[in-house]
Write a protein of this length. Structure first.
Length: 120
């Protein structure tokens, strides 16, 4: 997609610190890491979010799972643990509208959600 920064990374038009890829998925380091390991795993095809994953786009999911497994092992967080996070839509603060899974690890990550601003 023309104006998508992650599509430009896939196309090689913008540099990225790539750590894993196959035909369907690319994994690269987040430019503003919030943990010692902070890798983004994305489908090479443009999909906005998990809300847009249907049967046609689903084949990348197996690659995504494999990427997570292999990146976690390569980063040495497979035994210590890690968090997968996929911000989806405005309330989650999704900034880049190309599906991406954050793989975070390398330190205790604390509670899943910030308690600030919490409420039902
Ligand atoms: P989200 O808020 O879930 O949409 O996260 C978008 C993430 O993309 C942020 O953590 C950014 O730091 C990261 N990001 C944005 N541009 C780049 C880039 N060119 N290379 C690597 N990571 C990026």
């Amino acid at each position: 997609m023309a104006d998508c920064i992650f599509c430009k990374i896939v196309a090689g038009e913008i540099p990225a610190d790539k750590v894993w890829e196959d035909d369907h998925v690319l994994a690269f380091r987040d430019i503003q890491p919030i943990a010692p390991t902070h890798v983004l795993v994305i489908p090479k095809v443009h999909v906005e979010s998990f809300a847009d994953v249907d049967e046609i786009r689903a084949p990348f999911l197996a690659s995504l799972a494999r990427a997570v497994r292999e990146v976690a092992a390569a980063e040495g967080v497979d035994t210590t643990g890690y968090r997968l996070l996929a911000n989806t839509g405005p309330d989650a603060g999704q900034e880049v509208m190309h599906l991406h899974v954050h793989l975070l690890g390398g330190r205790p990550l604390g509670p899943m959600l910030s308690m600030r601003g919490s409420g039902r």
